[in-house]
Design a protein around this ligand. Sequence first.
Ligand SMILES: Cc1cc2nc3c(=O)[nH]c(=O)nc-3n(C[C@H](O)[C@H](O)[C@H](O)COP(=O)(O)O)c2cc1C
Length: 511
Amino acid sequence: MSDREETGALEYHERTSHTPRSVRRASPGLDFENKPRPYKIYEALPSVELPEAIRSPQQPALSVITQPGPDGEEGRAPDLEALAGLCYYSAGSTKRIRRGGREIEFRAAAATGALYHVDLYLVVGDLTDLDAGVYHFDPRALSLDALREGDYRGVLATASGSEAVERAPVTVVTTSTWWRNAWKYEERTFRHAFWDSGTVLANLLSVAHALDLRAEAVLGFADEPVAELLGVDPAEEAPLELVPIGAGGTVPDAPEPEPIDPETRPLSDREEEHPLIQEAWRAGVLPDGEAAREWRSAAVEASLGPPRTGDGERIALDPVDHETESKRPLHETIERRGSCREYDREPISFRKFSTVLERATRGTPIDARDPGGPALAFVEAYLIVNGVEGVPAGAYRYRPEEGELERLMAGEFREEAGHLALDQRLAADAAACVYFTADLDRVVDTLGDRGYRLAQFEAAIAAGRLYLATYAHRDLGGTGLTFYDDLVTEFFSPRAEGRAPMFLYTLGRPA
Ligand SMILES: Cc1cc2nc3c(=O)[nH]c(=O)nc-3n(C[C@H](O)[C@H](O)[C@H](O)COP(=O)(O)O)c2cc1C
């Protein structure tokens, strides 16, 4: 995988990095007249209504947000009600807020700019109460648009070479419709695709776990056949991840899918082109199922090396056990989650802080990760701690294997934290800022440009779980934030030298 083209992921990353200068120079103002709708609306497809009374996942969020392996009962398949819960609690409209005379809709998972460019498709075999077919989840109507009739799961099995997909009664496919996010974020949307699908999948995997359904995120698949199956053009909308749900039997061979191009309502008057998104996407395309299988094995084997050790002072985290953890149910945690807009500077409890970090980073069922390997396989977390009871303010590296923080620098770094986060006060006021970082040169050397997607995604799904673990506690709040890339690396250097920040999450006490 060393014959990468020059216009690959690393160059994309470099060219879309934020610096104080690039942010000052960013294009002025947004054209609200041309803002894309946050939905995909098909003009003429039959639809299947999802049950209105959704079975809400009652288990405590803290018990179900993490499952390092695919988990779930063998032979178990979802029914329509389970599918409704899976879709609603990961990509559904959970609240509406009136602001400035306009009603704004918010969804189950955090998303950059609340632009909601990630859609869910379901590729389904015959279920007890749903015919085999390919469907699109419509969060507006809480229904499924029927794109194809028949059992096409074999297309995904062949495209991915994944055993989990081969055995799943249903596979969810996530996509990003670039323009829906690029209207505001332009070329950076390719990063946001993995950030925003990561938060959605943190929810989806948790709900699947709560329903005792096997589920994992599959990043290795041939892109074109999946796009063709969904009837989407990757120049506009591209598949990001597959999530096989449930396990039992083997999917039958699929019929050759006829090309489809269902009519959809325009997103806005005009759409602008963003060539770097296309290039970054194309650079990571896998040609066929065999390539996907090879990529997956290489990723599972790729030991990106033991985390760099240092001799900084260690602080052992002290998470609560399942007996004494907060019992806030998963459904309530998701319904009440909303990115914190202001923190006060009151310190948060060390035990809650420990619990949030520990539960969110126990390892994720990703096809490209060895379930027996390190909890965070491709990323490392660095922190600025300014307000956690009993933890001296400072910069730290989190060592999930040991359950410890290792101190890199002592001191209060509120001003620095605010500056690193594009000069946003939220980061200065937060109790802690968590920066997931990756050694991108090494990731891309080992796993090609597809590895870039993986590093972004592993960071994002851990951050999505941090959101859930935070909101499992009634007195905590959190939010993802954007950052100046190189300044974050510099701040944590020399330890973080050569590492690039992928995702920044902050938590604290909401004001
Ligand atoms: C990856 C990511 C980055 C974000 N960056 C910022 C940010 O820089 N500033 C900010 O105020 N909010 C940021 N947010 C929060 C979003 O604005 C918020 O998720 C969105 O408005 C939806 O609202 P909700 O999370 O309350 O449902 C970010 C969220 C994510 C997932």
